[in-house]
Design a protein around this ligand. Structure first.
Ligand SMILES: O=C(O)CCC(=O)C(=O)O
Length: 274
């Protein structure tokens, strides 16, 4: 990849790039937008430092990539901004978002293409890193017999066990999304195949006995977490991470309790996986 308007520094061999030369509070010109998009396609997750964004500027950056997604379960806590998903933890938290490996809201029939997280408050003693894993590499490093087994299989992704009661609001009578997706999906931009099951949302493989499904999913979840597929991002106040949910999974480390960590996420809608 060669870039004219930005600089991209790799953070790990196969995933993660830190982007320099962009001020995300201003509208991106067409060439810079294209280069940021290319960097995301190439690195799967891209990072920006020292950005100063208000909520409207954050949403405007997200809209450059597509329609904004409204979370199916989290109550919009920023008045007038249902597209802002608040990421917050402090001494009263019982859990935090993304504590296990996942691809965002994969239980949606059309799961989000990407997520743009902007953190403004970081735990003072360190911690709160986010890990990202490359799902192209996860697929490509499976043995041929396992690839053959998985190609053509689908799995159910369920929101019910993740979201029911989670946000402390009365959700009786509410239904949460669930969807059936191919276990191996094709990225609509790069055309490459990637593994698309995750520990948080995927509940079973269609057509297999429960024991078979559980065993294969556990094997795949462990494979996804292979350290060589990962990059680990250390946040600073006003850093941004923008990840492609179609080909990367992530895991937020909660090793900083009872300290505070705070930010906003804008999520870009995606398409039905194929
Ligand atoms: O807090 C983080 O670093 C990521 C949280 C998360 O998993 C998410 O926004 O999907």
């Amino acid at each position: 990849m060669s870039y004219q308007t930005i600089e991209v520094r790799k953070l790990a061999p196969s995933i993660g790039g830190e982007i320099f030369g962009v001020d995300l509070s201003r509208p991106l010109g067409n060439q810079q937008f294209q280069e940021v998009h290319d960097a995301l396609m190439d690195r799967l997750v891209i990072f920006f430092r020292d950005q100063q964004l208000d909520v409207e500027q954050h949403k405007a950056f997200g809209r450059r990539f597509g329609r904004l997604h409204v979370h199916p379960a989290a109550p919009g806590v920023l008045q007038g901004h249902p597209e802002i998903f608040v990421i917050a933890a402090d001494e009263n938290s019982k859990r935090v978002a993304g504590e296990d490996w996942h691809s965002d809201v994969s239980c949606d029939p059309e799961p989000p293409m990407g997520s743009i997280l902007y953190l403004t408050e970081i735990p003072p003693d360190g911690g709160g890193d986010t890990m990202f894993a490359n799902m192209y590499q996860a697929y490509e490093t499976l043995s041929e017999p396992i690839k053959t087994l998985l190609d053509g299989l689908t799995a159910i992704h369920d929101g019910e066990h993740v979201y029911r009661g989670r946000y402390g609001v009365d959700d009786s009578g509410k239904t949460y999304p669930h969807a059936e997706h191919p276990i191996v999906r094709t990225h609509p931009v790069t055309g490459r195949k990637c593994l698309f099951v995750n520990r948080t949302f995927t509940s079973r493989i269609v057509g297999l006995r429960k024991g078979e499904s559980d065993a294969i999913l556990e094997m795949l979840y462990r494979h996804v977490e292979t350290p060589e597929f990962c990059v680990r991002f250390k946040w600073q106040p006003r850093s941004i991470a923008f990840w492609d949910n179609r080909c990367a999974q992530h895991h937020a480390l909660w090793d900083y309790y009872p300290n505070k960590r705070y930010g906003h996420r804008v999520t870009v809608c995606g398409d039905k996986p194929y």
